[in-house]
Design a binder for this molecule. Structure first.
Ligand code: BT5
Length: 317
């Protein structure tokens, strides 16, 4: 998206603004403003020209301009109707030096989960990948995954779905018929490149089953549509991006993410089995600790797990 259009969307997001003031603010001619306004109309924006200037009265459902309009976070949006994987595209952009971009798709044909598992991503979901370049050590990156899970859980709650987080990155909804009584609503795939002391780039991939039918998803999955009906994906994704920005952006205290995570944690207090690269750890999950590790009380004492696949066990198992 070019800078003029981005600035125009930001200005219109603040309320009605007149042509000359817009031209001034954007540093372009009034004719150029008019041309951009026409282009936004062509994309489905309703823009009224009244006494007080241009005013947005209708926003398209989804897309780059729609997502940029009113977004309270410093992100550029790249939108695709269909793409193999937003994470792959985000990595490409990251490797070329991009920062603060969110790649969004309506549908993915080669969506990936962790460890190269497949991620079903039919049209109607919220499939998005953020490119960040935080000045932090790689060891702190798991906190970004936790923050993303909190952001999704919060947005789901606001949409009326009582979602909880399974350590570290699954957002689940309770359902007696699901796997272990829970169904997966969303997953997060964080990828990065960095030196020993500093992250070079970070990609946070968000997969939220939004306006999709349950029968187009793997067994054990659920969607916002199945839980509460369709949501406004534009608002939902904007909330998630703004929340991630609030939790991890400039000036944020990364450790504070732990408190927010505990609020939505479904794992704490549960019996769990975590498959780690160094074998399975089984016991009661008691806490989460900086930078995102799970503390498990086992028969052999307390274990701190940094990475792995976590399974919630039934109390009797
Ligand atoms: C995840 O992996 O949960 C991370 C998923 C991240 C997807 C996003 S979408 C945008 C971005 N672009 C990408 O290509 N990826 C990211 P993991 O914990 O490994 O879980 C994968 C497992 O979840 C699969 O093996 C299936 O069992 C299950 N699964 C696949 N698709 C699903 C879906 N849509 N909803 C719920 N579960 C699903």
């Amino acid at each position: 998206m070019n800078a003029t259009r981005r600035a125009l969307l930001a200005a219109l997001g603040d309320g009605a603004v007149d042509g000359p003031a817009l031209a001034d603010r954007l540093g372009v001619s009034r004719a150029a403003v008019w041309k951009q306004v026409e282009a936004l109309r062509d994309e489905g924006f309703g823009i009224e020209a009244g006494d007080s200037g241009y005013r947005v009265v209708g926003v398209p459902e989804y897309g780059a301009a729609a997502l940029t309009f009113g977004l309270d976070a410093p992100y550029d949006v790249e939108y695709h109707d269909r793409i193999a994987s937003t994470n792959d595209r985000a990595r490409e952009l990251a490797e070329a030096g991009a920062e603060n971009v969110v790649v969004v798709a309506d549908e993915q044909t080669g969506g990936r989960g962790r460890l190269d598992r497949e991620w079903a991503a039919p049209a109607g979901g919220v499939w998005a990948s953020l490119v960040l370049r935080p000045e932090r050590p790689p060891a702190e990156v798991p906190m970004y995954t936790l923050a993303a899970a909190v952001a999704v859980a919060r947005a789901a709650h606001e949409a009326g779905v009582g979602a909880s987080i399974k350590w570290p990155n699954d957002v689940l909804v309770a359902d007696a018929g699901g796997i272990d009584g829970e169904r997966k609503l969303a997953g997060i795939l964080t990828e990065m490149e960095g030196e020993a002391d500093r992250v070079s780039w970070l990609v946070i991939g968000l997969g939220v089953n939004a306006n999709v039918d349950r029968d187009t998803l793997p067994t054990g999955a659920t969607s916002l549509r199945a839980e509460v009906g369709d949501v406004d994906r534009r608002q939902f994704l904007q909330r998630v991006v703004e929340e991630i920005q609030g939790l991890t952006g400039e000036g944020a205290d990364l450790e504070a993410v732990l408190g927010a995570w505990r609020e939505y944690a479904g794992t704490l207090g549960r019996r769990v089995r975590v498959e780690t690269p160094r074998g399975a750890v089984e016991g009661r999950a008691v806490d989460v600790r900086f930078p995102g590790s799970l503390v498990v009380e086992t028969d052999g004492g307390e274990r701190v797990v940094h990475a792995g696949d976590c399974e919630h066990l039934r109390p009797t198992e």
